[in-house]
Design a protein around this ligand. Structure first.
Ligand SMILES: C[S@@+](CC[C@H](N)C(=O)[O-])C[C@H]1O[C@@H](n2cnc3c(N)ncnc32)[C@H](O)[C@@H]1O
Length: 474
């Protein structure tokens, strides 16, 4: 076990970083250089769709560059919108992402198993043709939905039903009502196009997944590049708020063409080619990711153990990923409430630490002997608006109650200090930014060899040129 600094000690080598460290954990002298990079640093797929509390890509690069080599497996068991696996693939590593949220899985899969631009554009043209073949019927359907035939959550009689998402291949699969808050958000023609596209897209096909993920990214936001301007892009406002707002203000949704805006979005995404190295996207619980990751890696003939994990577990009761994305989950045919009921983000601290211990125990089987594990953990100071105390010092507690008992070795803690009061909308999302002030990066070795590698790599200089010189020639 690593030696601990005396409580409250200030490490001379770590300089300013150590000043704010929780008492008791040694500082790791990794400067948060990621803070100094440009907003859109990294692969152009990163901003495909906003996702609360997602990593800035440069943060992930700071660890990929130090602790992995091309060809290595880099894993994130809580991959969210796929920042770690995408950045890993873009740097010639095999990025493996796992998440229990089907929306996060879709975003991750879209990025690490991406089509090429020609495939994406060809599929978009096919979708246009599907629409064109039946536009009057789709418009009439959307008109009826918007005229008041939309359902409330109790499912009144006499409501207009539409084909369920993904049912074009088998129209007998099902019909469903359109929630009122969806109906009010879009112009009739825009809604008609969305209904046609949503019915047609097959989320088991990589190219369709990519288009669906891109579409979630332009669904709502406050500029003409979005399909509805009823709410900002960051997350979905509460459904009731949206309904009340529309009624109170007489909201008239602007007419926006799904196919034109999606085409423009594809141009932005393909500013850089898709990474040449494909990754793996898994859907499931982080506690049993090891077996699933190894099966998937072996099936592809790849090394089946990760040399680096960069992840941020769900924060304590900060973000409800289903309800925060209800309009996007509607588009995809996922149920926001079911997502919220499944995810492990509602724990109080003791249950949370048990959960993290189970995750770290499960991870072992998929870690290389000298693996480095980086856990980004936020100090959570409020719970749904109320001050709490048990979210502070969480990194230290995670070490003591989850990592150390599972035999991990502590290399140290680096800080990603977020100045109090600073608006973090762009990097971390509004909600998360308000609730979590300081993120601590707990850096562990799977074994003593991993700890030594973590310590030796901490001061290595990192090349921030993007795209990296080495890979440009590939
Ligand atoms: C803080 S976010 C990760 C964001 C990610 N670092 C990114 O850059 O987008 C935490 C993630 O944990 C996921 N999650 C919650 N409980 C989970 C579980 N038991 N297993 C796997 N994923 C889970 C949530 O869906 C969410 O995407």
């Amino acid at each position: 076990m690593s030696a601990r600094a005396p409580r409250g000690a200030i490490s001379a080598t770590a300089g300013q970083l150590a000043l704010d460290l929780p008492a008791g954990l040694p500082a790791l002298a990794i400067e948060p250089e990621w803070k100094a990079q440009q907003r859109l640093w990294g692969h152009s797929f990163h901003p495909m769709c906003s996702y609360l509390a997602s990593f800035p890509a440069p943060l992930v690069h700071a660890f990929i560059a130090r602790y992995s080599r091309p060809g290595d497996v880099v894993l994130d068991p809580f991959s969210g919108r796929g920042t770690t696996p995408l950045q890993a693939c873009a740097e010639g590593r095999t990025g493996v992402g796992n998440d229990l949220n089907p929306f996060a899985h879709l975003l991750t899969a879209a990025k690490v198993e991406a089509p090429n631009p020609a495939e994406a554009v060809t599929r978009l043209t096919a979708l246009r043709l599907v629409w064109a073949a039946d536009a009057p019927a789709w418009e009439a359907l959307a008109g009826r939905v918007r005229a008041g035939g939309a359902a409330d959550s109790t499912g009144r009689e006499g409501i207009t039903l539409v084909p369920a998402a993904g049912t074009c291949a088998s129209p007998t699969d099902g019909v469903e009502a359109v929630p009122a808050e969806v109906a009010v958000a879009f112009h009739t023609r825009t809604l008609a196009q969305l209904l046609a596209v949503r019915t047609t897209l097959r989320l088991d096909l990589p190219v369709d997944r990519f288009l669906a993920a891109a579409l979630t990214g332009i669904l709502h936001g406050k500029s003409a590049s979005y399909l509805s301007d009823i709410m900002p892009n960051t997350f979905s406002m509460a459904p009731r708020y949206v309904r009340d707002f529309a009624e109170r203000t007489g909201f008239e949704p602007p007419e926006r063409d799904v196919f034109r805006l999606l085409e423009q979005k594809l141009l932005r995404l393909f500013r850089q080619p898709a990474p040449r190295t494909a990754g793996v996207a898994l859907l499931g619980d982080a506690r049993d990711v090891a077996g699933r990751a190894q099966s998937a890696l072996r099936a592809r003939g790849l090394p089946d153990r990760a040399r680096l994990v960069v992840t941020s577990p769900p924060y304590l009761r900060v973000v409800k990923y289903g309800s925060c994305n209800w309009l996007r989950t509607w588009l995809l045919g996922f149920d926001a409430r079911t997502i919220d009921a499944t995810l492990d983000d509602a724990h109080h601290r003791s249950a949370y630490l048990v959960f993290l211990r189970e995750v770290l125990a499960g991870l072992r089987a998929v870690l290389a002997d000298d693996a480095v594990v980086v856990l980004v953990i936020g100090d959570v100071e409020t719970d749904r608006g109320r001050d709490i105390t048990d979210g502070v010092g969480l990194a230290e507690r995670t070490w003591e109650a989850a990592a150390e008992p599972e035999g991990y070795r502590l290399a140290g803690v680096a800080l990603d200090s977020i100045a109090a009061g600073r608006k973090m909308t762009r990097l971390w999302g509004d909600e998360a930014g308000r609730a979590t002030k300081t993120d601590r990066l707990l850096v562990l070795g799977a074994t003593e060899a991993g700890r030594r590698r973590a310590l030796a790599g901490a001061t290595l200089p990192v090349d921030w040129t993007w795209p990296p010189r080495r890979l440009r020639a590939l």
